[in-house]
Ligand binder design. Structure first.
Ligand code: PEP
Length: 257
């Protein structure tokens, strides 16, 4: 894969006015300092999506927009849900599926993650499939098996070699905690995930890391962790830190081990 990928997951932060400001700032920065080796994606809350895609279109920006979640259903009586076709119509290009906050706080189980991945790719958008173990699983040394099983389950029924699938490895104990996985842990997990992806015939998928990535640690994780980019939470809410992460990816991706 020739380009890295950096996604900013804003979670439930920034209303549509604040979202417009941040999008304008990031788009302007990227226009003045292009990062040709990185695809950049912003994932705002649902209610901000149209404002964000309008800014990106008006600025002719290379940045694209992602939703943080989508329904696995096409349409109908599913109060509060948003379908993939609605997102596509808004100019959204990808959907984060199975973020650990959705899995743990909103009971999104493996079967629902799998049917949502299928709905996203069937609808013609890119799926960013989130996987990762909690602390107890890591301490029990069961993280490799756990993650292999998550991949097997989530990709069931998705056409092999589907280039619409990206995987984000996000150990739950590293998300929003300031405790980043070590580069050795990340590198080992990248190898586990890539081996499983190739067994499942998804070897073209990019594999990202997420979990307390910031302006200071991004370059080392790209170079020594062997990742194809990042899913960034907290540090994506500030132009400077997000731009620094994109810059680190742009500079180090070709040299990664
Ligand atoms: C995330 O929410 O996907 C994430 C990785 O958050 P943070 O960067 O804040 O740990």
């Amino acid at each position: 894969m020739s380009k890295a990928l950096v996604i900013g997951n804003w979670k439930m932060n920034l209303d549509h006015v604040e979202a417009v400001h941040l999008t304008q700032q990031i788009a302007a920065l990227l226009a003045s300092r292009p990062a040709d080796r990185v695809d950049v994606v912003l994932a705002p809350p649902f209610v901000d999506l149209r404002s964000v895609t309008s800014v990106l279109e008006a600025e002719h920006s290379v940045i694209t927009a992602a939703a943080q979640h989508a329904s696995d259903r096409d349409n109908g009586a599913f109060t509060g849900e948003v379908s993939v076709s609605m997102l596509k119509r808004l100019g959204v290009s990808s959907v984060i599926v199975g973020h650990s906050e959705r899995r743990t706080l909103y009971h999104m189980d493996d079967a629902l993650v799998a049917s949502t991945v299928r709905a996203v790719v069937r609808g013609g958008l890119d799926a960013v499939l989130c996987i990762g173990e909690n602390l107890a699983t890591r301490e029990a040394q069961e993280h490799d098996d756990f993650v292999r099983q998550q991949l097997l389950s989530a990709l069931e029924g998705v056409q092999e070699s589907n280039e619409r699938v990206t995987v984000a490895y996000e150990p739950i104990w590293a998300i929003g905690t300031g405790q980043t996985a070590t580069t050795e842990q990340i590198r080992d997990m990248m190898s586990t995930i890539r081996t499983q992806l190739s067994a499942l015939r998804f070897s073209t998928s990019r594999v990202l890391y997420g979990g307390s990535v910031n302006a200071e640690n991004a370059a080392t994780i790209v170079t020594d962790g062997g990742v194809d980019g990042f899913l960034v939470g907290g540090a994506s809410l500030k132009t400077d830190s997000f731009a620094a992460i994109i810059g680190a990816c742009n500079d180090c991706y070709a040299e990664r081990r």
